[in-house]
Design a protein. Sequence first.
Length: 107
Amino acid sequence: MNNYLIPANTKRGNLILGIFRPIDLIILGTGVLFSLTLLMTFPMASTWQVILVILPGLTCAALVIPIPNYHNILTIIIECYKFFTNRRNYIWKGWCVKDVKEIKSSK
């Protein structure tokens, strides 16, 4: 019998540590490095200053957090942007398109 078992996560082998793409690590590294540079540069006198200084690192970390059904938050943002900026008037060209006499415009 030709029974093949296909693993559910076949793309994970292409990812670094099974989670991150190279661009994800670049984004995370840049944000953390920028936050560390700000921590070393500015004096931390109050809690709000500390929060503002570590905010770039936390934002970048939040973008690359893995989530189910998508790769990460950054992927969801990109997909939403593509959905809202691309054409949403879908033209039917299926197997029964020749059965239709006239295709009416939606305008």
